[in-house]
Design a protein around this ligand. Sequence first.
Ligand SMILES: [Zn+2]
Ligand SMILES: [Zn+2]
Length: 355
Amino acid sequence: MRDVNRREFLTGGAAFLSLAAEAELLAGPIPAGMAEAAKADLVAPDIYFHEGRLADNADAVCNNGWIVFEDYVLVIDANFPAGARLIISKIRALTDKPIRFAFDTHHHGDHAYGNQVYVENGAVPIAHTGVIEEMKRYETGYYGNQPGAWEAATKGRADLKTTKLKPPSVLFSKDLFFDDGRHRVELMHLGVAHTHGDALAWLPKERILFAGDVCVNGPYNYVGDGDVGEWVATLEAARKLGAQIVCTGHGPRSVGTVLDDQQAFFKALREQVGALMAKRPPEEAKAQIESIRATLKGNAQIARYVGERGTGWDPLPAQAAKVYEELTGQKLAALMPEPQLARHAHARSHGLASA
Ligand SMILES: [Zn+2]
Ligand SMILES: [Zn+2]
C-alpha cells in the first residue's frame, strides 16, 4: 500500500470525504513504512493499539486504539491534532474504510483536542455526557469569554494553532454499543475516576479493555480533575469485566493485572495519606510526603506509579495533596510550591497548562 500515492489510494473509497478533508489527506504521500508501522500496532484481528509519549513535543501524546469494523473504523481517543493526523495516516495505510467515529475517553487535551481533525476527515467525535460537562467547566474560551484550557495549551503546542476545539456531538449517558456481528465494542461510563466524564471501551469477545486515563501504566496519574476515592471504586468495576489485555491511557500496553496495580496504588496512597497526613495541619502534613514516597516505592506492585523527586516529573505531591483534601476538606496545594509545579508539568502535557 505504501507505493500507492494518496490520490490513487483514495479513488473509489473517498466519496464520503469533504473537499477539505480530501485536501488534507492529499497533502502528501503516505509515508514510506506507514503500513508496516501500523501493522506493528496490531493487538488482535482488526484491533490496533498505538503507544503515545507524554511530552510537549510528541505528536501522539496519549495512547490510541482503533477497531476496523466491516464498514467503518472506530478510533479510541482523538489525541492532540498532530497525533490525530498520525493515527489517521496509519489507518489510511491499512484500510480505505471510512473513519466514522472518534471516541474521547475524557475531556483532556491529549485525548480530545484532535476532534476537529477527525471531523474534517469524515468522523464524528463521541463521548460520555460528562465530557461535555467537564468541557463547560474548563473550556471557558469556547463556552464563554474567558481563556480556558484550550487557550492555555495553545502556548505549548503549535498543532493547536492550526485547528480549533470541537466538543463531541454524539453523547451517551451510560453506555453505547458498536456491534456488526464480528466485532463488538461497548463504550461505558463506570463512575468518576480521573475526571467526572471518563468512559472506557470494552471488547468482550477479545477481552480487551481500552481504559483511557482511568488506568495508566507508569507515573502518569493526574488526579486534579477527578476523585481518588471514587476512582478506587471505578477501578473495581473495571476489574470485574475480566479483561485479559488492557490498553491504558498512557504507558505500555498491559494485561488485566494492571487494573489491580493501579487500584493498589490509589489504595496505598489513601492509606498512607490517611495515616501520616490527615490528622496533621497542612504545613506538618506536607513534611510527610517523602516518607510516603519511600513506603510506596518499597511496594513492588505499585512502585512504577510513584514519581521521582526532583525530576520535573513528580506527580506524587499533587496526588497526596488531592487525597489530603478529599480526606480533610483542607487544601494543601496552595501551601506548597512543589505540587503546583508537578501539577503544572503533568497538566501541560494533558492540555491543562492553566492548572
Ligand atoms: Zn492523558
Ligand atoms: Zn487525562
